[in-house]
Ligand binder design. Structure first.
Ligand code: TXA
Ligand code: MG
Length: 348
């Protein structure tokens, strides 16, 4: 994306007023900014903007949509987006700000874009222990979606120079330099589902023992360890089924046609000819102008919307399989595959 309208500033700014103003200006325009946290640097975007979040996936070059952590400035903001039970409130009280991410049910009217949660009904929330990034979230008045600021498959960065080296300034117009991260390891991720023990999905600085001291030895389990026992790869988010529509889903490019009991999801005005018997009773377009970021930001919400009409099958004309289209295509193929639990969420 051209930077002609970006305010003039260096791509790397030290934490402080100038960086705060520049970061807010960019985030409000839907751009991404790398910010320091105490764990690792994050690649941040306004979590309520689908196209901004799509830019994170595009910059990271991820071939899949993995759910992202939403960063809040404290419990009050968190309560707007997730359902907290007594345990979750206790964890926030004891470990926030800090390296603990809590996975909770989304609030029914949660304004976080569905691309952040990759279509899941749960949301991962964390309040980072970093003055700059907390002020940024507070002044933006919205959570920041932020994965670790590394290109897909590379190590999480713990200083600003590593982030700047890894991305072009077109993709990432600003890196805020907060020095070296004090923890240097990604946050502990704990799933907190009502009626179930707490489960550690990813180990980090907040340990199993610390959590067991608070909640008791039987009420906190280490998912990672139990997976290792079964000689399976330990990845956060595993065993959490991604949203798949209730209707069957078919990827088509012609030949097979939706009937008046089916729905159709298209891209860039692509159409199947009515002459060939294409007659869907409901239809949506991921991006009429062919904008891949818009398509990514609409993917989960439009699938959900079409599914609510209870069609027999949702036919999909997928966007081209390049750039962000690779992740869109991957998600659609999985939704089209025979329905098994999605155990293939990988580390990002
Ligand atoms: O310390 C950290 O957590 C850093 C800093 C920037 O906050 N962030 C980070 O984000 O490590 P990321 O995207 O690299 O890793 C987030 C992990 C993903 O592996 C994802 O599977 C998991 O969090 N995750 C996010 N939402 C989830 C959900 N609803 N259920 C289960 N896992 C989830
Ligand atoms: Mg990561």
């Amino acid at each position: 994306m051209p930077l002609s309208k970006t305010p003039q500033h260096d791509a790397l700014l030290p934490v402080g007023e100038e960086a705060l103003e520049a970061a807010i200006a960019l985030l409000e325009r839907g751009r991404i900014v790398a910010v320091p946290t105490e764990t690792v640097y994050g690649l941040a975007a306004d979590a309520t903007s689908g196209t901004a979040v799509a830019s994170i996936y595009a910059a990271k070059g991820r071939p899949q949509f993995n759910p992202l952590i939403s960063h809040v400035d404290g419990l009050e903001m968190a309560l707007k987006y997730a359902v907290f039970d007594a345990r979750a409130e206790k964890m926030a009280e004891l470990f926030w700000p800090g390296s603990l991410t809590i996975v909770l049910s989304r609030q029914p009217n949660c304004e976080i874009n569905e691309l952040v949660t990759a279509g899941l009904d749960t949301i991962a929330l964390r309040c980072p222990d970093h003055t700059f990034t907390q002020s940024l979230i507070a002044q933006l008045k919205r959570p920041l979606a932020a994965p670790s600021a590394n290109p897909s498959g590379r190590l999480s960065p713990t200083d600003a120079e590593a982030v700047r080296e890894a991305f072009s300034s077109d993709d990432l117009p600003l890196v805020v330099d907060g020095g070296s991260c004090t923890v240097g390891l990604e946050s502990t991720i704990v799933s907190c589902v009502p009626g179930k023990p707490l489960i550690i999905l990813r180990p980090g600085a907040v340990t199993l023992e610390e959590l067991q001291l608070v909640f008791g030895p039987h009420d906190v389990r280490d998912h990672t360890a139990s997976l290792k026992d079964q000689a399976q790869p330990a990845a956060p988010g595993m065993l959490l089924s991604h949203y798949a529509p209730k209707a069957a889903l078919k990827l088509v490019s012609g030949g097979e046609n939706p009937t008046n009991r089916d729905a159709l999801l298209t891209f860039a005005g692509a159409a199947l000819s009515a002459d060939d018997g294409c007659d869907p009773f409901v239809q949506r377009d991921l991006s009429p102008t062919g904008d891949m970021k818009e398509a990514a930001s609409n993917l989960f919400s439009m699938l959900r919307e079409l599914d609510a009409f209870a069609p027999e099958t949702i036919y999909v004309i997928s966007p081209p399989c390049t750039g962000l289209g690779v992740a869109i295509h991957d998600r659609l193929q999985r939704a089209a595959a025979p329905r098994i639990k999605d155990t293939d969420i990988r580390e990002s």
